[in-house]
Design a protein around this ligand. Structure first.
Ligand SMILES: Cc1cc2nc3c(=O)[nH]c(=O)nc-3n(C[C@H](O)[C@H](O)[C@H](O)COP(=O)(O)OP(=O)(O)OC[C@H]3O[C@@H](n4cnc5c(N)ncnc54)[C@H](O)[C@@H]3O)c2cc1C
Length: 268
């Protein structure tokens, strides 16, 4: 089923939940049993799709606003500026030492508080964060806000206060409508995020960038960080070895050796 083209952002306030993630390969710190988040950081690539979609919805509507909402350390602002350079209007970052070690339960609570305060018509999420790959945060936040949620959205339109999303499924597409305010997790197939222009990059630093503490949001210390988390990591380790393996180096006779190997085991 084809979805009609976008009508207009019509003064919509769009919040985009954007996570800042490590740029390099992931490593678990054996001391803290948490992801090592030192080193260079970048905007979660899946969230660039959500930013792009928000900018497309906003279009030329000067009355519409795209606000980035993020939970992470203060230095996340550097990476979030990429989304400002793409065209987002402002950033609200929840940065607080007490939030370190927050699991899904604590993170979704803090994000829901800031989103409640923003009161956006539409909350966009990426499909997943590429550091933890949970693909669950949107469900947890929507549940806390008691908002309808559509996930894996590959096309979306907003018209007359109703959002219509074409959702990718294993067997085809679902088309789902929901009244605003609504939460949507976009699929990475929805668009091709733009590159920030030089003008965008130059202008990004001047855009409003607000940092909030947990107390600014009225989040009690026992609902944040490890105290507010329900997950406990007991141990980390390497995956178990796969049993007996045989390595075949291809010196030109690799195919023959594989056939021989399979014949011996009566697999051919
Ligand atoms: C014991 C424990 C300790 C942890 N400590 C930390 C920690 O100190 N710091 C940390 O970052 N994570 C920490 N995590 C991981 C954290 O729980 C996950 O980041 C969280 O559950 C979200 O899952 P995800 O990152 O897989 O996001 P997904 O569910 O894959 O994210 C989906 C979408 O939600 C949005 N989103 C997700 N996270 C954020 C965010 N922070 N800000 C804005 N939008 C977001 C984005 O749009 C993203 O595309 C910890 C996990 C455990 C189990």
């Amino acid at each position: 089923m084809d979805i009609p083209p976008i009508e207009s952002g019509a003064g919509m306030k769009i919040a985009v939940c954007a996570k800042v993630v490590p740029e390099q390969a992931r490593r678990i710190d054996p001391e803290t049993k948490r992801l090592d988040r030192s080193g260079e950081q970048t905007l979660n690539p899946f969230d660039a799709n959500a930013v792009e979609e928000a900018l497309r919805l906003k279009g030329d509507d000067a009355g519409a606003e795209v606000v980035l909402v993020s939970l992470g350390p203060e230095r996340s602002l550097d990476a979030l500026r990429k989304a400002l350079a793409m065209g987002a209007d402002r950033v609200v970052l929840v940065a607080d030492e007490a939030a370190a070690g927050s699991d899904l339960v604590a993170s979704s609570y803090a994000l829901a508080q800031v989103l409640e305060r923003e009161g956006a018509d539409l909350i966009l999420f990426g499909q997943q964060a590429n550091d933890s790959d949970g693909a669950v945060m949107w469900a947890a936040v929507a549940d806390r806000l008691r908002r309808p949620l559509i996930s894996q959205v590959a096309e979306l339109t907003v018209s007359d206060g109703t959002l219509r999303g074409k959702r990718q499924t294993e067997f085809g597409y679902d088309v789902i409508e929901a009244p605003l305010p609504v939460a949507v997790a976009v699929s990475d197939a929805i668009n091709e995020p733009r590159y920030p222009s030089l003008k965008g990059i130059m202008g990004a630093k001047k855009k409003p960038q607000q940092t909030l503490s947990l107390s600014d949001l009225g989040v009690d210390a026992d609902r944040a960080g490890e105290a507010g988390s329900r997950t406990e990591v007991y141990a980390i380790g390497e995956p178990p070895p796969r049993g007996e393996t045989q390595r075949i180096d291809d010196d030109g006779t690799g195919a023959e050796k594989i056939v021989e190997f399979l014949l011996e085991r009566k697999a051919l």
